[in-house]
Design a protein around this ligand. Sequence first.
Ligand SMILES: Cc1cc2nc3c(=O)[nH]c(=O)nc-3n(C[C@H](O)[C@H](O)[C@H](O)COP(=O)(O)O)c2cc1C
Length: 170
Amino acid sequence: MPDKVVYRDVSGSDFKEGMRHLAASVTVITVAHNGKKDGLTATATCAVSAEPPQLLVCVNKEAGAHDLIQEEGVFGVNVLARDQEDIAKRFAGIDGADRIDRYSLGVWTKIATGAPILEGALASFDCQVAESMTVGTHSIFIGRIVGINFRPGPPLIYGDAQFTGLSIPL
Ligand SMILES: Cc1cc2nc3c(=O)[nH]c(=O)nc-3n(C[C@H](O)[C@H](O)[C@H](O)COP(=O)(O)O)c2cc1C
């Protein structure tokens, strides 16, 4: 039996409580613009198509990186490994560090567009914005993938409001 059943007038808190159960890989979306770098932790990242290679990200319009992605037309998506929880917390702004220090954790490089790419991420996708649309509080950016890195390893997962990993033998 569910703890709570809501058929209409779904509130923002109902939405968030329901979405807690949508466990997902944790990514860091990055952007660099005129010497300024920004980024955010995101789970709303999804594959779109292999031909052409595209993915999508949903970014809150209030996030510092949002307008930079719009202006620069590029972004990076870095899929975090199980041992990169500290980076996830840093880019979510929940570890108490100054936002100016976001890039002081980890080693950052570039591939094609100049968007920051995290060395040691399980996968990094370097993207040019192909399309975008505004949906409520967020923008959906469709990224055409123009550079890619990947390696094997266990992913960092966010589910039930906590960082965790897959419970399979590594
Ligand atoms: C696990 C996790 C997943 C998140 N997913 C998203 C997301 O998909 N899109 C988004 O806009 N914010 C997401 N956030 C929130 C941002 O990481 C957070 O608001 C960040 O501080 C935004 O950057 P800002 O400090 O520049 O506003 C997520 C946070 C966490 C902890």
